[in-house]
Design a protein around this ligand. Sequence first.
Ligand code: UGY
Ligand code: MN
Length: 266
Amino acid sequence: MNNRVFPPAAGRVPPGAIGHNRGVVRRNYAFMPPEGVLISRLPQYRDTIVRILAAPVLGAAFAQYVLEIAPGGGTPVAYAEEGVQHFFYVLSGEASFGLTGEAPKALTEGGFTYLPPATPFTLRNETAQPLRVLALRKRYDAAPGLAMPEPILSHRDAVPMTNHTGMEGRGFQFLLPYGDLRFDFEMNLMWFKPGVCFPAVETHVMEHGLYMLEGQGLYFLDQDWHEIWARDFIWMGGYCPQQFYPTGHGDACYLLYKNVNRDIAL
Ligand code: UGY
Ligand code: MN
């Protein structure tokens, strides 16, 4: 099924929908096109459709979501969670994001926030247009001697584009301070020119939540290649062999969660 017709016209089953599914769930990865991710609602968000992408039941040690917040919707009161970090990235529309004691700030597409555990926040749509936000929750893995990170509110345009690989056509934006050991995860924008794949299949202990933002390509997972487009989601468990080969005519970009900076629990 082609996600370029997603969402389908009301009341119509698009051609190719019967028995065909790009989605795959395996022991150590899941490939999830948007059309199969059904809606949920959560008590802390009003007038908000929640599409849960990654969850422990899948094998993930974190949770990831797309929030579709209708005009006037969002958190009616401040929300905080003991022991759990939150990350939000605005996919489209404009969010009003508030931290206790501060006036709410507008976050446009590409705006993001990081919240350490137990930080009360509000996330609302105060515009007349729909708002889509990618959200992530992860239990904080405290490290002895290291303080908790502070909240971050920023925009991808304020984050430098780097490339440590020396490969022409790659680009990295580390949305959280790279190498700061207080953080136990990274959220990275990975940019690729068409045809510029990574040089080898990676197999590593860290897991990933990958949300495709722009462009298209082929994703190698474990033993198989999958066609990937904007709005597709991939969960990769530890040691899932992986490689990306961007196709099409434009740049490809995905937002990648990765757990880092902590020793292996034995
Ligand atoms: O940093 C990474 O683990 C990254 N290269 N992996 C990926 O894009 N699948
Ligand atoms: Mn990787």
